[in-house]
Design a protein around this ligand. Structure first.
Ligand code: FE2
Length: 195
């Protein structure tokens, strides 16, 4: 089985496309954060793993010009609800990511550190297994354009449609590259499937 899979397509509503168009026009007006891969050296990072990662990124040549754009403000709660219902997810969090032309999401594996943190803090009585119970799904919010790709291990995909849902193997190294002329935009949800 491929380590990166298109598993379904959800019907995105017109209001979702309208939000996407608006945030692309001026992301920072809608609460976006610019996330520089080497980190903001003015901000202390708690996680040792993240410190190690940003150090490595600097060593191999990433600079403060290399970034992605992230929204953590639940602006697409209808997409979140659709995915929660479709995949029987609870304790979810989600974000919207923009990869501008000429940018990428460097190869990494997921740690689910945010989920682990709030589960421990707010739902300490809920037991779950990171490998068995955690789910993360990516939904493209714009159709694929030439020059864009997503990969996990040795599987690379392109030609997606908006609404396509992808998943990848636990701990697999994955990435996203935009050599195109339009931004890549996707929604990502993380949660538990406990049933
Ligand atoms: Fe990831």
């Amino acid at each position: 089985m491929s380590s990166l899979r298109r598993i379904s397509n959800i019907q995105l509503k017109n209001e979702t496309f309208n939000v996407v168009d608006k945030i692309l026009e001026n992301p920072y007006e809608f609460g976006a954060s610019k996330r520089i891969h080497i980190g903001d050296t003015a901000v202390a990072v708690e996680s040792e793993k993240i410190n190690e990662r940003t150090k490595k990124m600097r060593e191999v040549g990433y600079s403060s010009a290399d970034y992605f754009i992230e929204f953590n403000n639940n602006m697409l709660s209808n997409v979140q609800k659709d995915l929660e219902n479709k995949y029987d997810l609870s304790y979810t969090h989600s974000c919207v990511i923009i990869i501008p032309p000429g940018q990428c999401m460097p190869t990494h594996s997921d740690t689910y550190s945010y989920l682990v943190k709030y589960m421990k803090r707010d739902f300490g009585d809920v037991s779950y297994d990171l490998k068995q119970d955690v789910r993360r799904y990516l939904v493209f919010l714009k159709d694929w354009q030439s020059g864009q790709s997503i990969g996990a291990e040795d599987n690379v995909k392109c030609s997606w449609n908006s609404g396509d849902v992808y998943e990848w193997d636990y701990k697999s190294l994955h990435w996203c590259s935009n050599s195109g002329l339009s931004p890549i935009v996707f929604f990502e949800i993380t949660g538990l499937n406990l049933n």
